[in-house]
Write a protein that binds this ligand. Structure first.
Ligand code: CA
Ligand code: CA
Length: 111
């Protein structure tokens, strides 16, 4: 389980530069206030980094042309919509419905 996770979460560069990074370490990257669990705000802050890097003209909208090519391509998506989608994912992953993701919930396959 841990091996699988390590392989899927790490970029090759990171993997070669550091000792194996555990799921706990991954959680700590998201866990900004250090309480050992990931709140929705922490999840959104971390996951929206990708949005911000795709939003090349920084207008809060990812145009179709800024999206990676692929079958899931859809119309332009705003940051607001994106955060709403992240919230939906967060709540699906929150298996025990306590409003936080622990390491196990973070590692669970998307529902
Ligand atoms: Ca936290
Ligand atoms: Ca939870």
């Amino acid at each position: 389980m841990r091996l699988l996770l390590t392989a899927s979460l790490l970029t090759p560069a990171l993997a070669s530069a550091t000792p194996p990074v555990t799921l706990d370490a991954y959680l700590r990257i998201m866990d900004r206030n250090g309480d050992g669990r990931v709140s929705l705000a922490e999840y959104q802050a971390h996951m929206s980094q990708g949005f911000r890097s795709m939003d090349r003209n920084h207008d809060g909208v990812i145009e179709v042309g800024e999206q990676p090519p692929g079958p899931r391509r859809h119309g332009a998506i705003t940051l607001t919509q994106y955060l709403r989608n992240l919230a939906a994912t967060f709540h699906r992953q929150d298996a025990n419905h306590d409003g936080f993701l622990d390491a196990r919930e973070l590692a669970a396959p998307p529902r």
